[in-house]
Ligand binder design. Structure first.
Ligand code: PEP
Ligand code: MG
Length: 585
């Protein structure tokens, strides 16, 4: 039995056989081919190369459409590299002269090119070296017919163990698999990475940031994923299995008790309503959210429309997705956030493109990307405005850092309304417009921003990342990523106060609001609306119903007097335990 620790990102426990997704390395089964098969092998190499070039061309087309010509050109350069006659000539020569297999020959040649560039020791050449590594991987995928897509061929329930899962891979996990993915664990990943958030959306237990452990496994071993405590147990002994089965039974009892709260109102003991909304990534989650007792959708992360498919969604695709969410939200409010692509949320087809940004988290992402690519942005805005005619829709812009950016986004929204008007299409004009407060600059200028928007939604995931300068997806600094840091509390207070002075509504939609121990604090700060992961809503409601506003304010005051995140979080944990003793597992 082997226990590895990581970061718990989606609760629950699952036990199942391990399905190990190879890290980036491919196994090359044979180094030599029969001399009389050389010509056939050369033809096989060229067929693989043609497929790779076709793939690059498709990605080039998509990137050009979505992001503009200059980005498409990057793929053009990749295609040229793949077709370079001296490179392909060298590979062919190794197959012909040394009877090397195309797999082995491609690796040798491409790795040599990459090594030469890497040894030049500068950033530019290191990035070009990465292009050769990419080409090697693409070629091997075609030559070996072996790819990470093997995950789409599951025939039985498994626990997925991987070095990394990108958000787009995670989004597709159960799409083709009849829900056979019971849970997952990864070597990398941070506490509020989008892969972690998606695990919550898919409602499968997950642990990330375990660091190297895949070499201990070959697949098929029994594995426990403990998403409550961040543990992965390989080959558990009988006593451990028994213990986990017991704790699962206890968790089910708590879940059943919480289920009985679904139809009860979310009000404090002294009668103050606290609106609990749901965060969703996929349209299908809307109904699920409402079934959990949500009062609407507080955050719809629309970029997942791009991450779960291999082509750009059309205006009709957007419209269909938004209409489904509106329909299934049964007349409750739906906050549709405009595209927040970039950083770790990158469509598979343009991965290489975003990878080349020196610091993607601070780079061309989210609203910045939309403002530079108006066709992309306008397509989405048209669909939102058209769908808004059928429900209580609000539009929210992500990653706003300056007033100018907000004004540009609103101006484009106005232009889109005029276009729709001219075309005589049905749409809603008076849609409330809000913004995420997730960059410290926006939090500091909350007073000014409040005059120009209808509502704020505090995105603590990014706000913490940017305030504390801690990458939210990096497990090496996960211990420094603290929602309870006094700087974060002070910023939230500041934003809530600015919203109140300007009579604007404000919510918190980062993962902080899905953690029940922060609920009394946030209510004590004056928040009356929170948007959380759907599966946590019943638990949050239980905390609301055991709280008075006076108690919440007292908790907030005391938390404010503490100097360390650790002390704030321990204090809040203790308070939660005394408010809801049965709920903490
Ligand atoms: C946030 O940053 O808190 C947020 C809700 O947005 P996302 O997690 O999608 O970046
Ligand atoms: Mg964010």
């Amino acid at each position: 039995m082997l226990t590895r620790r990581g970061i718990a990102v989606s609760p629950g426990v699952v036990i199942g056989p391990a399905f190990v997704l190879g890290s980036e390395g491919f196994r090359i089964p044979r180094r030599f081919v029969q001399v009389d098969a050389v010509e056939t092998e050369i033809a096989r190499f060229h067929a693989a190369l043609d497929s790779v070039c076709e793939e690059i061309a498709t990605n080039q087309k998509l990137a050009t459409e979505q992001l503009g010509k200059q980005y498409g050109a990057i793929f053009g350069a990749h295609r040229q590299m793949a077709r370079d006659p001296s490179l392909t000539g060298e590979i062919e020569e190794l197959i012909r002269e040394k009877s090397h297999s195309p797999e082995y020959a491609s690796c040798r040649v491409l790795r040599r090119y990459a090594n030469v560039l890497e040894n030049l020791g500068n950033q530019y050449h290191a990035e070009r070296a990465a292009d050769f590594h990419d080409l090697e991987k693409q070629l091997l995928r075609h030559l070996l017919g072996e790819s990470r897509e093997e995950l789409t061929h599951l025939t039985e329930p498994v626990v997925v163990l991987a070095h990394n899962l990108t958000p787009s891979e995670t989004a597709k996990l159960n799409q083709h698999n009849n829900n056979f993915v019971l849970g997952f664990a990864t070597e990398v990943g941070g506490p509020t990475s989008h892969t972690a958030i998606l695990a919550g959306a898919l409602e499968i237990p997950a642990v990330v940031g375990i660091s190297k452990f895949l070499s201990d496994l070959s697949g098929g071993e029994t594995v426990i994923i403990d998403g409550n405590h961040g543990r992965v147990i390989i080959d558990p002994d009988e006593a451990t299995l028994e213990r986990y089965r017991d704790s699962e039974a206890r968790r089910r009892t708590v879940a059943e008790r919480l289920e009985s709260l679904v139809s009860l109102p979310s009000v404090t003991l002294d009668g103050e309503p606290i609106q609990l909304l749901g965060n969703i990534e996929f349209p299908s989650e809307a109904a699920h959210c409402m079934n959990r007792g949500a009062a609407g959708i507080g955050l719809y992360r629309t970029e997942f429309l791009y991450l779960e498919r291999n082509a750009n969604p059309t205006e009709d695709d957007h419209f269909a997705a938004y209409s489904q969410v509106i329909r299934e939200s049964r007349g409750q409010p739906v906050v549709i956030r405009t595209l927040d692509l970039g950083a770790d949320k990158v469509p598979g087809f343009s991965q290489q493109l975003f990878d080349s940004a020196p610091n993607p988290v601070l780079g061309l992402r989210s609203i910045r990307l939309c403002l530079r690519n108006l066709p992309l942005f306008k397509t989405q805005l048209r669909a939102i405005l058209r769908a808004a005619a059928h429900g209580d829709v609000r539009i929210m812009f992500p990653m706003i850092s300056t007033l100018l950016e907000l004004r540009q986004a609103k101006m484009i929204l106005g232009d889109v309304m005029e276009d729709l008007e001219e075309q005589g299409l049905e749409f809603k004009r008076d849609v409330p417009v809000g913004m995420m407060v997730e960059i410290p600059a926006a939090a500091m200028l909350a007073e000014e921003f409040a005059r120009e928007v209808d509502f704020f939604s505090i995105g603590t995931n990014d706000l913490i990342q940017y305030t504390l300068a801690v990458d939210r997806s990096d497990p090496n600094v996960a211990d420094l990523y603290r929602s309870g840091d006094p700087s974060i509390l002070r910023m939230i207070r500041h934003v809530v106060a600015a919203a109140a002075r300007n009579n604007r509504s404000v919510t918190v939609c980062g993962q902080m609001s899905s953690d029940p121990k922060f609920l009394p604090l946030l209510v004590g700060f004056g928040l009356r609306q929170l948007s959380a992961t759907p599966q946590t809503i019943p638990k949050l409601k239980e905390v609301v119903r055991s709280l008075t506003i006076e108690k919440a304010e007292e908790i907030a005051r005391h938390a404010d007097s503490l100097e360390l995140a650790r002390d704030v979080e321990n204090y809040l944990r203790g308070e939660l335990q005394s408010l809801c003793p049965d709920s903490v597992i």
